[in-house]
Design a protein around this ligand. Structure first.
Ligand SMILES: NC(=O)c1ccc[n+]([C@@H]2O[C@H](COP(=O)([O-])OP(=O)(O)OC[C@H]3O[C@@H](n4cnc5c(N)ncnc54)[C@H](OP(=O)(O)O)[C@@H]3O)[C@@H](O)[C@H]2O)c1
Length: 164
């Protein structure tokens, strides 16, 4: 099973503030949908709460240490390895880690593919960041850019990377 990661980050690797995103990028949301649809998505409890609901047409897996945590339409695990084994045993081809910061860091040893959106903006008040990562073992398979427009607060560049 391929373990992928998807993230949108601004300059200084900023990904969030006050448990929310820092931008509205309609076309990047379409990207997110395309990369995750019909695949299990794995997220931290805070990211789930920031989204506010289970996303349709994907199994939503939420990681928490809280044994009492429950919400509609989600599968709960208490560690990443159990969540990945569950996906693998179900015969999934790909599981996608969707954040946030803690869960990205936990997932690094397992990641062989990444979908990264680089947002051309700086947020001095961001409070959540993509962890430092060594990209030297990854090659860019494809990339494209989108200019700022009425549906996208900022310009951004998307990269699809794969481990060598
Ligand atoms: N730009 C992007 O692409 C992107 C993507 C995702 C999220 N975000 C942003 O990132 C922020 C949320 O991310 P975050 O880093 O604060 O939190 P997070 O990683 O989404 O969730 C953290 C929580 O995950 C659980 N957790 C952490 N380590 C665990 C482990 N080893 N085993 C089981 N559960 C574990 C804990 O839940 P409990 O406290 O319940 O135990 C912890 O509080 C928001 O601002 C969101 O908008 C941005």
């Amino acid at each position: 099973m391929i373990v992928s990661l998807i993230v949108a980050m601004a300059k200084d690797r900023a990904i969030g503030k006050n448990n929310n995103l820092l931008w509205h990028l309609a076309d990047d949301l379409k990207n997110f949908k395309k990369c995750t649809l019909n695949k299990p998505i794995i997220m931290g409890r805070k990211t789930f709460e920031s989204i506010g609901r289970a996303l349709p047409k994907r199994e939503n897996i939420v990681l928490t240490k809280n044994k009492n945590f429950k919400a509609d339409g989600i599968t709960v695990f208490y560690d990443l390895e159990s969540a990945l084994s569950y996906c693998k045993n179900k015969g999934e081809q790909e599981a996608v880690i969707i954040g946030g910061s803690y869960i990205y860091e936990l997932s690094f040893p397992y990641i062989s593919q990444m979908y990264i959106t680089y947002v051309d903006a700086q947020f001095k008040d961001a409070d959540t960041f993509f962890p430092k990562f060594d990209f030297s073992n990854f090659e860019i398979l494809s990339s494209y850019s989108k200019s700022k427009d009425e549906n996208n607060d900022f310009s951004w560049r998307f990269e699809h990377l794969k481990k060598y």
